[in-house]
Design a protein around this ligand. Sequence first.
Ligand code: NAG
Ligand code: NAG
Ligand code: NAG
Length: 376
Amino acid sequence: MLSYRLLTVVLLTASFYPCEAQEYHLTRDLAGSNLYNVSEIDSNNGGNVHFISQSDADQKKMTFIDSAGRAIISVDNTTDGKGDTQFGRDTVYLISNDPIDFGSLVVFDAVHIPFGCSVWPGLFTQGTIWPEQGEIDIIENVNLESRNQYALHTAASSGTLPELDINTGCVVRDASNKSFGKGFADSGGGVFAMLWDASGISLWFFERSNIPSNIDTKPDPSSWPTPSAFYPAETCDPRTAFGPQFLTLYINICGQFAGAPALWPTSGCASEAAPTCADLVQDPANYNNAYWSINYLRVFESSSSSSSSSPSGTAPSNSASAGVNAPSATNTGTASGSSSGSSGSGAGQNSAALNVSPNLIYSILLFSCLTVLFWV
Ligand SMILES: *[C@@H]1O[C@H](CO)[C@@H](O)[C@H](O)[C@H]1NC(C)=O
Ligand SMILES: *[C@@H]1O[C@H](CO)[C@@H](O)[C@H](O)[C@H]1NC(C)=O
Ligand SMILES: *[C@@H]1O[C@H](CO)[C@@H](O)[C@H](O)[C@H]1NC(C)=O
């Protein structure tokens, strides 16, 4: 009798809380040539780069679709900057025309992420107003690192003291040493996924040999293993801490992360490559691995979330770009495309860039969401 009652309770509970997976459907496919349906932004985050227009990048073969159908996005590795201590390499800053909204699942499949001493790639999402509308870092690390780092940047607790150590706060390191850098490339790359829903924000990395089936067409996060990083809604409300998010992908060189004086000496680059990050920039041979090779970048929405109003918003106001975004803040200190990431003046020169480029000013970042689950 007792067990019968229990069974009834279980059945009732099951009927109130159906366990079947949410169905996700593709809403945006930024693969192949679609990946270039984006606009550039003029901000170098204190790095030794110069973001050129998409058409220039196409012309210079810095962005193209290769024979395997993959989107290649790279850094100039032919120009010799010898003698120019402020030299900045050409590359692109890509930002989506439209934002994604709460309820979205982003899936990114690549075989190569830019790496090497002084190299700092990023795949992230950002709101129009930063940091009030938040930023979600899906792929980001620097130099010779082999493990990816996930992070959230929000203004939810704007009373928090500036976070000086970029390896703390909301940053979570993937456990896999194939999630970034040479290890990622040598093992055929893999797939990253980011789910932004009522439970919070979840980020996964799957090695090539371990990718869930149908992830590219009918992804089912409920069947996936524990995420690499999970920021629960209880400590960071995913509906209020984040506005509509614009997908952003770029490559930087040196700057506040790759070239950070606090990081460089222990990066392996100081002994292997050069005493300072800036020493490497002039030599194009250092950038042969500074490229993305992308199978696809897809956005899915669940059936329930898709019934809500569609995402709206304008591209980050900081985006000074041609194309859809109105030209705005020009980056006075960096008009030449160069600035010294290792010098103290770099940050001052880039004050316009700071507004614009959420991703980098780690030294003035306000981290909220202090409760993070580390699975490492
Ligand atoms: C690409 O850009 C065009 C023109 O701005 C726009 O109409 C179209 O919706 C965009 N497509 C995607 C997938 O963003
Ligand atoms: C990567 O991790 C695996 C298993 O965790 C370990 O056996 C291997 O030595 C690591 N490789 C490097 C280059 O650290
Ligand atoms: C630039 O890098 C690409 C990608 O690794 C490589 O194929 C090319 O040969 C490099 N160019 C030069 C001049 O080394």
